[in-house]
Write a protein that binds this ligand. Structure first.
Ligand code: BDR
Ligand code: CA
Length: 331
């Protein structure tokens, strides 16, 4: 395979982060260079531990670098253990011990080192708050030119938010970081709730995968999915009826490989950093500007925003990938 996608996964595992990681590991077209962990669904140290654990169960030893544990400017809040469990993986009943230590480099240093080693080749897939990438940009201001692209799971243009009426969680956790990243000149795509709200994954999918493909990694996914389905059932009667959970993060990985499954628009996107709209991603979709405003100048770079997704195709792809032959026999 000549053209594998070199990817760094910046994540806060997190149940849907685990799905995204395993989906990425199941793609022969992806060369996962490493994982950088951020706070978000859990503190950064726990996110790194979870990433290592997920890799270990899947028989891989990818570098995992611990990253930022607090937002860039706002005061941090503790994650809500109801959403992903106190451990981030749906409160696993037990954990194997044979894991490996985190990489000694910080997440930001790892991103910068890899970008310099492979200029123009790396896609950074960010499925947690954007704090690590902001720190990497501070260390290496040429990062927008050194990375091939950034795909962000976060934000929302027209869909309702999930932490407030207008804010999506990854952006809300560190809105200052998101505003820096969206305006820094990266070749960037935002895959937000406009697409992800359509990605309800039935528990039955994980049951079929775990039944057909008996393995500790697929058992973990099923356990975590059950936790997530119970959580969403308490929130949303439609998801309760379908026995399904939202699984946002995998869409960012899918976008890298098959952007044609998404409908997109491009424009300037800014992030509200305080007040009632804190964390809202605002896209300038005007055709005519009557009253020019500071902050929306022409020179501000445009990004690509996903506004829709072919959810049935993504679901089928998720299932066939997880059913595939991507896991070594358990140790
Ligand atoms: C995002 O927030 C987190 O809870 C999920 O892992 C996902 O990255 C969805 O809003
Ligand atoms: Ca996440």
């Amino acid at each position: 395979m000549s053209q594998r996608h070199k990817i760094i996964l910046d994540c806060d595992p997190g149940i849907d982060d685990a799905v995204a990681l395993y989906f990425a590991l199941a793609q022969p077209e992806i060369e996962l260079l490493g994982i950088t962990a951020t706070f978000g669904n859990v503190p950064a140290a726990q996110a790194a531990r979870n990433a290592i654990y997920l890799c270990t169960l899947a028989g891989r030893q990818l570098p995992v670098c611990e990253g930022v544990n607090t937002p860039t400017r706002k005061i941090g809040v503790l994650p809500d253990a109801e959403i992903h469990g106190a451990d981030g993986l749906g409160n696993l009943p037990e954990r194997r011990r044979d894991t490996y230590p985190p990489d000694e480099r910080s997440a930001a240093r790892f991103i910068v080192a890899q970008a310099n080693a492979h200029p123009g080749e790396i896609t950074l897939v960010a499925i947690g708050p954007l704090s690590n990438l902001t720190q990497a940009l501070r260390l290496e201001p040429r990062l927008p030119a050194l990375l091939k692209q950034v795909v962000v799971l976060g934000g929302s243009i027209a869909a309702p938010g999930n932490v407030s009426p207008v804010a999506e969680s990854n952006i809300w956790y560190d809105p200052h970081a998101a505003d820096v990243i969206f305006t820094a000149g990266f070749q960037l795509t935002m895959v937000g709730l406009d697409a992800a709200q359509h990605m309800a994954v039935p528990l039955a999918l994980f049951e079929r995968v775990a039944a057909q493909h008996r393995h500790p990694a697929t058992d973990l996914l099923l356990h975590a999915a059950r936790f997530s389905v119970d959580y969403y059932a308490r929130l949303d009667p439609a998801l309760a009826r379908q026995q399904a959970c939202l699984s946002h993060d995998v869409l960012a990985v899918m976008f890298v490989l098959r952007p044609e499954l998404f409908s997109t628009e491009s424009g300037r996107v800014r992030v509200a950093t305080e007040g009632l709209a804190e964390g809202q991603t605002i896209m300038d979709r005007r055709e005519h500007v009557l009253y020019p405003q500071a902050g929306w100048e022409e020179h501000i770079p445009r990004i690509r925003v996903c506004l829709g997704v072919d959810a049935p195709a993504c679901l089928a792809w998720l299932e066939s990938s997880l059913m595939g032959n991507w896991l070594p026999a358990p140790a």
